[in-house]
Design a binder for this molecule. Sequence first.
Ligand SMILES: [Zn+2]
Ligand SMILES: [Zn+2]
Length: 278
Amino acid sequence: MSKFEWDLHLHSTVSDGKLSPSALVAVAELVGLKGMAITDHNTTEGCMEAISEGKRLGIEVICGVELSSWDDKNNNWHILGYFLDPDAKSLVDFQRRYFKARRQRTEDILKKLGDYGYDVDISEFRRIYPGDNASRPHIAMYLVSKGYFSHVQDVFEKEIGNGKRCYIPDYYKLTVYEAAKIIREAGGVPVLAHPMQDFDNVWDVPWEMFKDSGIVGIEVMHPKNKGYMEALTLIAEKFDFLPTGGSDWHGNEVTGEFIIGQFGVESWVIERLRSFNK
Ligand SMILES: [Zn+2]
Ligand SMILES: [Zn+2]
């Protein structure tokens, strides 16, 4: 059963999750959550389906997103957005540009792999992975399915991981400020996801920049924050960030645990988030 009333960080098949938006909502209801946010990577495409399934099952669903963004030191930060209008112009424009750039990059990586002697076929790849979100993990699965590698991780380590010979950096990168702006213009509330993903000292995180960009909350309850929850709670108080949380569940078990609802927030946080939305 869920430990919290709300889980504010969940992925579906619309990005890299294992369950469809409806199935995700069904599991959230099953574990006893009062509400949840669907936060797929860089897309709100699953929101309508999740919301209508939520209505059917009597569980509240917030339309959310998790945008990838970068600071001027090239650190990668994930910005969550809540209470979004999925049809807002800022989001629609962003998604159009983002997925166009992503498709191009994926195809360029495949071409590069072809140059290095792998038998890859872009149209075959597209038949197997038709989604706009198809990128490096799917390329890795494709090469595994063709028998070149035994594990997805090996493809990253040898060919497509950062800095490897077939690696190509993202073509369209948002700054933290742009990500927060897209969310606000879509009527949403921006929150920093898993602040400690690439850091091991809370004082190395550029909190002032996040404050400055209009981010109102930081994810304190998150599986990647283990060992930092106390420090992050203090940071949230010091910088007046709302402490939020979610399991970042992708529909699979993480370290053998079924973690949906094990990280999250109580209803008062939802009321505070909503108040930023007015
Ligand atoms: Zn993330
Ligand atoms: Zn996530």
